[in-house]
Design a protein around this ligand. Structure first.
Ligand code: ASP
Length: 335
């Protein structure tokens, strides 16, 4: 699907889609736009999205839900398993008063009859105002966006990108530590196949941070991403030893080894338990730092760490809903 992918330049100038709205609804940069890659965002956009997410949080705490997106419909189309991304988009839409068409079991949809992605999205857009898509192939969201007349939000395209996760990750770092510039950020685990670390690294390049990429040798950060880091002159260190870096870091972003991406399962078995963040390791970490994880965790962080105030992963999950509320409102012209 690579041929259909957008250049960075195109991503920054995606056309607006959907029905034109009154001018006051269309001021924001994301109105009617696809959300395909973190390459679309600049720092100003992020500040705006974070401010709206904070408003969404205050609104949920106060009222539970509102009718901002009443009359709007979201099609939630998932070709790969998901708990958080799928449920948080649904919750986000419902808390804003909108409706959801959930398609989480494509094996029971016309996809199982051989329907193509372009036809599926062109069908769903007859019913919905925005489509959230998760797909196993890199570039699938870009393909869908080329065909759809309604905005497509990329909810993960294979080992490619997961832009909404990166937004909620960055929002969590900012929310927890009050800044992003100047932080030392370690990404740990499967940096080769983990799409969340690909998107988050690219997004962090808009700031001044120091990276530590911690992985088994066969799961190193792809060269394409490292090139991007080098191009911005941000310092980075690659290591396979978490003990080398644990005392330094402000953010420890842990990921699972992506079993479903391995062709040879014996390779997966060899690296699956490479890192375990436990209370012993946390004793060596700074007092003011956070541990994050996009989840699901499958053994990389022991349950005993959950009661440590530095464990931010459940707060990170909650933030996901506020970020997705902000994005839906922005794309639909109601932020
Ligand atoms: N939930 C995240 C994703 O969809 C992380 C993971 O699956 O490990 O990429």
């Amino acid at each position: 699907m690579k041929a259909d992918m957008f250049t960075q330049e195109e991503l920054r100038n995606l056309p607006r889609k959907g029905t034109p709205q009154p001018a006051d609804h269309t001021q924001h940069a994301f109105y009617g736009r696809d959300i395909l890659s973190v390459d679309q965002f600049n720092r100003e956009d992020l500040t705006y999205i974070f401010r709206v997410a904070e408003e969404m949080r205050a609104m949920v705490k106060r009222f539970g839900s509102v009718d901002l997106l009443q009359g709007k419909v979201l099609a939630n189309l998932f070709y790969e398993p998901s708990t958080r991304t799928s449920a948080s988009f649904m919750a986000a839409m419902q808390r804003l008063g909108g409706q959801v068409i959930p398609i989480n079991n494509v094996q029971y949809s016309s996809v199982a009859k051989g329907e193509s992605l372009p036809d599926t999205v062109r069908t769903l857009e007859q019913y919905a105002d925005v489509i959230v898509l998760r797909h196993p192939e890199v570039g699938a969201a870009a393909v869908a966006a080329r065909y759809a007349r309604k905005p497509i939000i990329n909810a993960g395209d294979g080992i490619g990108e997961h832009p909404t996760q990166a937004l909620l990750d960055l929002f969590t770092i900012y929310d927890e530590l009050g800044t992003i510039d100047g932080l030392k950020i370690a990404m740990v685990g499967d940096l080769k196949y983990g799409r969340t670390v690909h998107s988050l690294t690219k997004l962090l390049l808009l700031y001044r941070v120091e990276f530590y990429f911690v992985s088994p040798p066969i799961l190193r950060m792809p060269e394409t991403i490292l090139q991007r880091v080098r191009a911005t002159d941000q310092p980075y260190t690659e290591t396979d030893n978490i003990h080398d870096i644990i005392r330094e870091v402000d953010v420890l972003y842990v990921t699972r080894v992506q079993k479903e991406r391995f062709e040879d399962l014996s390779e997966y078995e060899a690296v699956k338990d490479y890192y375990v963040v436990d209370t012993e390791l946390m004793r060596q970490a700074k007092e003011r730092m956070i541990v994050m994880h996009p989840f699901p965790r499958v053994g990389e962080i022991s349950y005993a760490v959950d009661s440590d105030p530095r464990a931010a992963y459940f707060r990170q999950i909650e933030n996901g809903m506020y970020i997705r509320m902000a994005l839906l409102a922005a794309v639909l012209g109601k932020a």
